[in-house]
Design a protein around this ligand. Sequence first.
Ligand code: SF4
Length: 347
Amino acid sequence: MEQKMFCYQCQETAGCRGCTMVGVCGKQPDVAAMQDLLVYVSRGISAVTTALRKEGKTVAPEINHLITLNLFTTITNANFDRESIEARIRATLEAKAQLLAQLGDTANLPQAALWDGAGDWEEKAKTVGVLSTENEDIRSLRELITYGLKGLSAYSKHANALLQDDGEVDAFLQKALAATLDDGLTADDLTFEDLPNPFLGSRDRKLYGLWPGSEALTIGVQRDPVAFDRTDNGTPVPAQVFRLPATEAETVDYNVYMGGDVGETVIETGRPDLPSILIYGDSFTNPVECLAYYSFDEMRSIDLRHYKDMTLADYIQAYQPDIVVGIRDYEALLSTDFNGSPFQIQP
Ligand code: SF4
């Protein structure tokens, strides 16, 4: 049966795979198409605003609000009104045309930044939706970034409604959104290595050696390594993110990632032009940390089960990371035991 739409942005998605005929939320295919197009033009105008900022030009708060509201419009259950979504696409294209006229150099802009709305919008929407990115790893990364930014836009929209503005947040949101158009970024920065060791993974762990498991642990290693300094709980330690076994016979488990659970880890890469990140949670953060540090000037990580020096709220206040990411076991997500409460350290 011919697919009429594709959306997998929320936990309600059909069969945990994607809504392809109609949204479980009730979103109709024609509305899904216009939402895809609205995200596309929002990416396009973000590429223009990001280029303007690089040229030292100011972007008006009205433009920031427009982009933020566009993203907010496309979150689950926010807006199923096709006409109002089309009106937002028109408004975005008009604003973009004015911004393009202010830009000195348009040579490196992506196609989305130059599309003027010509042609049949439904046909155009078919070419710019989620599945238009063929490589599924790149598609997943782009969509993950987009969904994170949609969440950010929801908070930013509410702040704007309370007459609060933060130009840095807007600039970051637009820069990240524009990056999802960058075809020069590939998934080829990693090589994947299967460790030869016996692996005590989730399946083998359940059986605890009663069955000759054949799981292997795969690690992603940067092709072009970035030098860094690492500190665990305030003490300098070797600059490693994988603790590899000495022999191939030794059993490995998830402690390969970051050497297991550490209360606080700080990785500094000495690239101040890049942002900083705080990742908090439990052991689920470890494999992410092994990759995340690569893209940041400074990566901090705190394991809420072990780090007790200050609350999460105080930690954020003290270090002011540009980005904060929480990764916890699903069932523990709402837990406030150990140091799980953002505002109070549990005894
Ligand atoms: S937002 Fe609606 S259409 Fe999209 S995945 Fe969720 S339920 Fe499906």
